[in-house]
Design a protein around this ligand. Structure first.
Ligand code: NAD
Length: 244
């Protein structure tokens, strides 16, 4: 049995993770830690792996605490920058514990990112439309940013991004990640949705994924909890744990 603690246990994702861990025969839920609790509860309960679904402001301190106490981290919290990830990588290599970070734990989302990366080399433009619930704290979504980065890594030449002419309303063309424009919708009733729209002469390709329920993230989270001890330092992306 792997002993698991959850940071953000009272949140939407954290509570779902607590249920999923409790339901798995190979895992034991030993600590629930939310904002008013002392993180030392993780250590006192003997947690071997801590899952973090908190906020961009809290996650780094939680991971640091876990590394200092020999506890592996599985991080789903989004909003971490490239600099933040570099910092986590440095910390993780100097301790015995590992860190696994995934901006999206849904299998379909990982496949969407992979398909978008495959398509990137063959089209001249690409834009991303992501839609989340109205309480999401960061924009664009970590999934959208990572999708754009993966697609840009597959390009041999710059995108032929349409300028869109004069922007009479600031922000109308979205955020720009090296030629891929990202548009973030925040809509009550949504969970996590994304469309990647690629364009070329006379054709478009749309790759779309919808997480309709937080249950969609649980197989990925549980897989990461079981595998994180066997990884090394920092690993980013669920695709690294799947045989795609
Ligand atoms: P939420 O607001 O419902 O829950 C966050 C919880 O964290 C709250 O209960 C809050 O009190 C708690 N918290 C804040 N600081 C804390 C701290 N220092 N220690 C312990 N608990 C603390 O948010 P949510 O919808 O559950 O989302 C949480 C995070 O997960 C967000 O960053 C979101 O973008 C991300 N997310 C990731 C995925 C994925 O697949 N990676 C999927 C969905 C959501």
């Amino acid at each position: 049995m792997i002993k698991v603690g959850v940071f953000g246990s009272e949140g939407r994702m954290g509570a779902t993770v607590c249920d999923a861990v409790s339901a798995d025969a190979e895992l034991e839920l030993v600590a629930r830690v939310d904002i008013d609790d002392d993180p030392k509860a993780m250590v006192e309960a003997g947690a071997e792996v801590a899952v973090d679904f908190t906020t961009p402001d809290s996650v780094k301190a939680n991971v640091r605490f876990c590394l200092d106490n020999g506890i592996h981290s599985v991080v789903g919290t989004t909003g971490l920058t490239e600099d933040d990830l570099s910092e986590l990588a440095t910390w993780a290599t100097s301790t015995q514990a590992n860190v696994f970070v995934a901006p999206n734990f849904a299998l379909g989302a990982v496949l969407m990112m992979r398909f978008a990366q495959q398509a990137a080399a063959h089209f001249s433009t690409a834009e991303i439309i992501e839609r989340h619930h109205e309480r999401k704290l960061d924009a664009p979504s970590g999934t959208a940013l990572r999708t754009a980065q993966m697609m840009n890594a597959a390009r041999r030449q710059p995108w032929k991004t349409a300028s869109g002419g004069t922007e009479s309303l600031s922000g109308s063309r979205g955020g720009d990640v090296d030629g891929i424009h990202i548009h973030s919708l925040r809509v009550p009733g949504s969970v996590a949705h994304q469309e990647v729209v690629l364009g070329a002469s006379g054709e478009t390709l749309t790759i779309r994924h919808d997480s309709l329920d937080r249950a969609s993230f649980m197989p990925g989270v549980i897989l990461a909890v079981k595998k994180v001890a066997g990884l090394e330092g920092l690993t980013v992306g669920l695709e690294n744990l799947l045989d795609l």
